[in-house]
Design a protein around this ligand. Structure first.
Ligand SMILES: Cc1cc2nc3c(=O)[nH]c(=O)nc-3n(C[C@H](O)[C@H](O)[C@H](O)COP(=O)(O)O)c2cc1C
Length: 321
């Protein structure tokens, strides 16, 4: 589960070697991956986050025909964020040009893709493959579409198997944590997914006690620190149930210790998203540096940590605090 880099003589090199991680056929210099969202809809942000040491960046979800949404908004809550956003409004052509330029620069960019039908998603995956992009994430679990998500194992299997049939690229299937996660993950793996990303946002609602007014006007995607225990539980359960494909944890990462928690319950890398809506560069830097510092102080590596809470290796590293 880790890269093969050996610690170098310099402290910085050592920190980097300890942080080496591996997902979707890519050797990452950091287990901290930037998740898909509004911030990764822009080439400049993607390049700057990679230059700042992101292990990889997942693009905003590319969709061949994004639904026209009346309002795509964010609302901050005490424990995270609600958002009613959908997919990128950039055209597939524009994304393909951008992805090709990332590929030419050998950048670890994961293209997030979705479409209205499995066949359309497979066709999109084929186009993205032709850009030289290294990996995909199927962003099939957004609950902000009209009517909500109502996901099923059958739906996950249909999308996954069509894409598998049309691209040799490694891809992760992104699921929303909740009821039936186990069945949906099994469906994804059974249909050919190389990895699972858990979790997309989870259905949430905020209501004003004084007025009864519902924030954003309905049930939308909830993210941030409030969902971390749910996602940790989901990943822990998947590992306990014998899921062995790489998992990227996504939900509520705010500091390096959160990344360590995800690795401990069996994630191979952790994505960070909502935390970056406040001071993106400073926040990202603090999370990446915090992760590396933790590994250095505890004299351990990503590879040694992955899954340690599952198999009695909790104290496998120095317990320096
Ligand atoms: C404003 C916003 C936009 C998002 N857009 C996408 C998207 O386009 N595709 C996707 O797969 N996930 C999207 N997400 C979900 C995040 O990538 C992430 O999985 C989720 O927010 C949980 O992680 P976090 O708590 O670190 O934000 C979005 C989240 C937010 C808050």
């Amino acid at each position: 589960m880790t890269g093969s880099a050996m610690p170098g003589p310099e402290a910085a090199d050592e920190g980097t070697a300890r942080a080496a991680a591996s997902v979707l056929g890519m050797e990452l210099t950091s287990p901290v991956v930037v998740g898909s969202g509004l911030l990764t809809d822009q080439e400049r942000n993607i390049r700057r986050l990679l230059a700042a040491g992101a292990g990889a960046v997942v693009t905003k979800t590319i969709h061949p025909a994004p639904p026209r949404s009346g309002s795509e908004r964010l609302s901050r809550l005490a424990t995270g964020m609600l958002n009613s956003t959908l997919y990128s409004h950039r055209s597939v052509d524009e994304w393909c040009r951008m992805l090709h330029s990332f590929a030419c620069d050998d950048l670890p960019v994961i293209a997030s893709v979705h479409a209205d039908t499995p066949g359309e998603l497979a066709a999109l995956a084929e186009r993205v493959t032709a850009t030289g992009c290294r990996a995909l994430e199927l962003g099939i679990s957004c609950l902000n579409e009209e009517g909500g998500l109502g996901d099923t194992s059958e739906r996950v299997a249909a999308y996954t198997s069509e894409v598998r049939a049309r691209t040799p690229l490694p891809f992760s299937v992104k699921l929303a944590a909740g009821e039936g996660t186990r069945g949906r993950a099994a469906a994804a793996v059974g249909a050919g997914a190389d990895a699972i990303t858990l979790s997309d946002t989870i259905a949430g609602l905020a209501v004003d006690a004084d007025t009864g007014k519902i924030e954003l006007g309905g049930v939308y995607g909830y993210s941030g620190p409030g969902i971390k225990p749910l996602v940790l539980a989901g990943i822990y359960s998947l590992r306990r149930d014998g899921v062995t494909v790489p998992i990227m944890g996504s939900g509520g990462v705010q500091e390096g210790r959160d990344v360590i928690e995800y690795l401990s319950v069996g994630a191979d890398a952790a994505q960070v998203y909502s935390a970056l809506h406040k001071n993106m560069h400073e926040s990202f830097d603090a999370i990446r540096r915090g992760t590396e510092a933790w590994l250095r102080v505890h004299r351990t590596t990503v590879g040694e940590l992955v899954g340690r809470s599952l198999d009695g290796r909790e104290a496998a590293c120095d317990t320096v605090r």
